[in-house]
Design a protein around this ligand. Structure first.
Ligand SMILES: *Cc1c(COP(=O)(O)O)cnc(C)c1O
Length: 395
């Protein structure tokens, strides 16, 4: 008999009933250190007092009115994002998937309005993840995601990750946009080199193609800058945001330049919930905190400490781990042991990590994790690795 919850997930046998900062409490009372943050969502930890205050204050006033009316909380969050980024304008969604939908529509509409209705092709990359809607699975293009779901939305060209020669060859006057994650998340914490991102920007400038960055996972302070592309010193035309921006409240956004957004006039797009007062009140508090230079300096300091300890962990367990990769507090441990076993051994030792493709486990702790918690987390990962070693030596 089918379970009452549609069984599309492989769930771990864990049931958390409370969260506090970097800690999650299981129903049985065990306290886990959370290096997953609900997949980079709980950017400021669980039950963050500032976010609880922002949420409850707004909850007592007004939850939802619809975009038929002006929404001051939405205006405030949009202004904050425009002040702190390349963007001139923002549309609010409820998820990364919805941000992908709009990014694709916006790029195509731009060319349509420019009198080039055939210019619809969007170049994307293998191993990428942009969400689960029909456009987002077509964008990623992996057989695992599209198979069985009927006609795949056309107009996407998939290139090997990081193959700049293939990208140059494939970018033509039919290319509406290039869509890429500065650091692939689901794909296994695979960072794009800064010089490659600069080269992609240059290629877009040469050909006119729009640059869409998917910063749903790597954005919102995760790499130690507000957005990951800032490290390369270039800006996109359109950017997808979600995950961390709501700190756990479902919220996403598409940021764009005035030019890229120029086709999106009244009536061309919309959302019932997107940008509602409750979500935006929380989002504004997250952006206020995370965009602060002092906060980001702290992220970089903590990231350096974590990375150094992880390098030591890899050196100490060469049969379990292969390398550390990623940036800031978006780190991956490429494993030699099956990544699923490493994640499970982490559960046994009360530390939560997130599996990814390429036999990688992801470490995406709250951005405000303390140095003591980092040390404790690595001690627990060390115990997990030792458990795997002793299990395989007793086989
Ligand atoms: C999670 C993710 C998405 C999809 O976001 P949802 O909120 O799950 O719809 C898109 N792109 C990237 C890079 C992601 O990590």
């Amino acid at each position: 008999m089918i379970p009452s919850v549609l069984p599309t997930y492989n769930r771990a046998p864990l049931e958390f009933v409370k969260g506090e900062g970097s800690w999650l409490v299981e129903r049985d009372g065990r306290r886990f250190l959370d290096l997953g943050s609900g997949i980079a969502v709980n950017a400021l930890g669980h039950a963050n007092p500032d976010l609880v205050a922002a949420l409850t204050e707004q909850a007592g006033k007004l939850w939802h009115v619809s975009n038929l009316y002006r929404i001051p909380e939405q205006q405030k969050l949009a202004d904050l994002l425009v002040e702190n980024t390349f963007a001139d304008t923002v549309f609010f969604t409820n998820s990364g998937t919805e941000s992908c939908e709009l990014a694709v529509k916006m790029a195509r509409k731009y060319w349509y309005e420019a009198g080039d209705a055939e210019r619809v092709e969007i170049i994307t990359f293998e191993g990428s993840f942009h969400g689960r809607s029909s456009a987002a699975i077509a964008a990623a293009g992996s057989e695992k995601m599209v198979k069985g779901f009927g006609p795949v939305l056309g107009g996407f060209t998939h290139l090997p990750w990081g193959d700049m020669a293939a990208l140059k060859a494939a970018t033509t006057d039919r290319t509406a946009a290039i869509l890429i994650e500065p650091i692939q998340g689901e794909g296994g914490i695979r960072p794009l080199a800064d010089e490659d991102l600069r080269a992609i920007r240059a290629l877009c400038d040469e050909t006119g193609a729009l640059l869409i960055l998917d910063e749903v996972q790597c954005g919102m302070g995760r790499t130690g800058r507000l957005f990951a592309h800032e490290w390369a010193g270039v800006t996109p035309d359109i950017m997808m945001v979600a995950k961390g921006i709501g700190g756990g409240f479902p919220l996403g956004a598409v940021l764009a330049t005035e030019r890229a957004a120029s086709g999106m006039t009244a009536g061309t797009h919309g959302s019932t919930y997107g940008g509602n007062p409750l979500g935006c009140a929380v989002g504004a508090k997250v952006v206020e905190i995370v965009s602060d230079a002092g906060f980001l300096a702290g992220v970089n300091a903590r990231a350096g400490a974590l990375r150094q300890k992880l390098e030591g962990l890899v050196a100490a367990h060469p049969d379990v781990f292969e390398e550390v990769r990623g940036a800031g507090l978006m780190l991956g441990l490429r494993c030699k042991a099956p990544a699923a076993d490493v994640v499970a051994a982490g559960y046994d030792n009360l530390v939560i990590t997130v599996p990814a493709a390429d036999n990688v486990i992801r470490l995406l702790p709250p951005l405000n994790i303390t140095e003591d918690e980092i040390a404790e987390a690595v001690t627990r990962l060390d115990a997990a690795a030792t458990q795997i070693e002793s299990a395989s030596s007793s086989d």
